[in-house]
Write a protein that binds this ligand. Structure first.
Ligand code: CA
Length: 224
């Protein structure tokens, strides 16, 4: 899952970025409102964490502009003050939730997960395709009850394939949701990671789950 973090306070930004990366999210960072809006307009994020007070363009304006453009990416607003007015204007501008600073990382993570769940219309953080299970809370992956250890990128890739199980996932979609802003999708990095993933998920299994769709991308499904 790919998240945009728009926050000008470096300490808070790196604290959030580090925490989310540990939870295997892909995070793009913007230090001001203009850059934040630009990134939000050109990339399909799964979630945006948006500070209210920002240089160049404030969080409320960004939120309003994105909603006017019919961008429905969930937005979690960060407010510095515990002012009811800020929260109300944030929610009025189209934010989905807000968090008052200072907050603990676990609070933030709980809000992030709740918003992502709401977006998927699901109550659980457990994904399953055949005998392959992925727990989004602790990032544990098991196939046929055997634990599989994945790198961050392999995990991100598998999570994305599982969230879109039984649908064709193109290389462009993968590059947009699993890799960061500076990723060059013309390289064969995605195919290389798919190969690593196959080695861990499908090798020595009768039933393959990851299938290649020639010229397009991949599909994760139970039957051939
Ligand atoms: Ca700020």
């Amino acid at each position: 899952m790919r998240i945009l973090l728009v926050e000008d306070e470096e300490k808070i930004a790196s604290f959030i970025q580090r925490g989310l990366a540990e939870q295997r999210f892909t995070v793009d960072m913007a230090p001001d409102g203009e850059e934040g809006l630009y990134l939000a307009e050109i990339n399909p994020y799964d979630l945006i964490i948006l500070d209210l007070m920002l240089p160049k363009k404030d969080g409320i304006s960004i939120c309003r502009q994105l909603r006017e453009q019919k961008n429905s990416t969930p937005i979690l607003m960060l407010t510095a003050r515990d002012a009811v007015k800020d929260k109300v204007s944030g929610l009025n501008a189209g934010a989905d939730d807000y968090l008052t600073k200072p907050f603990s990382f676990s609070e933030l993570l709980a809000r992030v997960r709740a918003l992502l769940r709401r977006e998927r219309n699901e109550k659980v953080d457990q994904l399953r395709v055949g005998d392959l299970e992925l727990n989004m809370l602790n990032q544990q992956v098991r196939r046929d009850n055997e634990t599989i250890t994945l790198t961050n990128k392999e995990y991100g890739l598998l999570e994305y394939l599982m969230l879109n199980a039984n649908q064709i996932v193109t290389r462009t979609m993968i590059s947009e949701h699993v890799w960061k802003e500076d990723f060059n999708s013309f390289t064969n990095v995605i195919d290389v990671h798919i190969r690593y993933l196959r080695n861990k998920i499908d090798k020595n299994k009768k039933k393959k789950l990851i299938h290649t769709v020639r010229g397009t991308g991949y599909i994760l499904k139970e039957d051939n």
